[in-house]
Ligand binder design. Sequence first.
Ligand SMILES: Nc1ncnc2c1ncn2[C@@H]1O[C@H](COP(=O)(O)OP(=O)(O)OP(=O)(O)O)[C@@H](O)[C@H]1O
Length: 257
Amino acid sequence: MPGRPGTPARRTRRRNEVTVTLLDIRNVSYSYDGTVNVLADVSLSVEEGTIVGLVGPNGSGKSTLIKNIFDLVRLQSGSLRVGGHEHASPEAKAQGMYLSSNDYLPEFLTAREYLSLLGDLFRTGTDHCAALELFRRFSMEGRYDHLIEDYSHGMRKKTQLVSALVMRRPLTVIDETLNGIDLEALHLSEREFRRLRDEGRSILLCTHDFAVLERLADRVVFLDLGHVVSDEPTHELIAEHGSVATMVFDHLGSDER
Ligand SMILES: Nc1ncnc2c1ncn2[C@@H]1O[C@H](COP(=O)(O)OP(=O)(O)OP(=O)(O)O)[C@@H](O)[C@H]1O
């Protein structure tokens, strides 16, 4: 059962610092057909000011978990809280931003109009100067007032990333948005994600690019067949297995699967 709205975010004390849980996922299970569990008792948390990687084979349930977080499918069991608020509440929805794995954007708008729309929806307004500067740094100078329908696949992905960097939500969930962008844009994105983290914002980063996670993520959660197989600080995972890829391959090749 989801908890009551307005409950303060869970606080835990680690050494001398207090960490605040921004995203709290407890015992979430989900089935599309009422028979097969696509998610099975999934629990994980994302603390404020951290980047958490989410990895797993195709069909392991990553996108379904993200859809549950954003109330895009109805929660069937367990609880989901964002900033201490029940996930379907307006307070929870005001904290998060979801970059989906596809590159669908409203084609009949310009990037300026799209970002203005987001600023209105989030009631934050839009910093167009910051967006223009990001467009310049993403090698899209001069395209801000062009219709999105004229953008390439990579430009749409970069526009999604710019939207997250301009909106600066407490929680940004990124589902494979880094696919298809060039190395220069990837480098810039990584730097900007670190800046978000330094500001105390959090990112749940779902990607098959393990090298990105080794550079960026504070923790990596590995989902397989709807179960959390491993949830470890990245440096401990690398010390134990050598790399994220080895950890994943070892599990996929093991008898316990
Ligand atoms: N709308 C849907 N209706 C029925 N089954 C679905 C639906 N969406 C996803 N599934 C199934 O749920 C399972 C998990 O899919 P999901 O998209 O969550 O996996 P994923 O880990 O994000 O995969 P990928 O890495 O390929 O994006 C798959 O078996 C998929 O076929």
